[in-house]
Ligand binder design. Sequence first.
Ligand code: HEC
Length: 223
Amino acid sequence: MSAESSDSKNPILSGIGNVFLFLVPVSLIVMMGIVGVSFIGGMKGKKVEDAPVAAVAPAAAPAPANNAVAPAAGTEVASAPAPSGGSAAIDPELMALGKASYAMCAACHGPDGAGIKVGPALMAPSLIGSKILLGDPDLSLLVTLKGIAKENMDYMGMMASLAAGLDDQKLAAVLTYTRNEWGNSAPPVTVEQAAAARAKYAVVNAPAGVKRGEIEAIVNAHK
Ligand code: HEC
């Protein structure tokens, strides 16, 4: 008994044992530390690589959304208009009146100008990038004053004449607004242009709206 206990209490042996008891966990901790540091280092490297991908994705996402809406019909999404410019120079009062007047268009063209969706169909074409809207002001003046004849079921709605609901000032304002909202950018439509259009298109006999294919010809015939 006494010999055994004196063996186990040998100061040299127990000293070595203590050193092992100390060294083993310490070396484990050091090794885990190295692994941990290199792991975190790897993660950091990865995060930096991932960051641009994550940043690009949301920016690219809205584009297909617009494109998905536009090809439904004749509305051509022209090269996406630059978000800057245009509207900055336009009289804020005219834009405000135009925005208020746009309420009578929004039921079909949508508050975001992209056209109200009815299941898979659209009530009306997107006004974003619309060539008729952004081209010669007479094109959109004619369309708004006379409406577009319904020749097919491309859209669920019908673009009726809105001449009665818009005086010349509101007509100019609503077209100026739509030409400079949602990324659209085009010169304002003046009250004089609106009044002149109302006068010269009065003779155009199209109670159910002008045919889409004849819009340009009618405008050219009244220059
Ligand atoms: C009752 C639904 C309705 C309302 C309200 C309406 N529109 Fe339309 N709009 C249409 C439809 C439908 C078309 C497409 C007609 C077609 O091609 O058959 C259209 C076409 C247009 C176009 C031609 C777009 C293109 O590129 O093809 C313009 C511009 C336009 N509308 C402007 C307006 C403005 C401005 C207002 C408000 C003052 C307005 N619309 C109100 C239904 C509507």
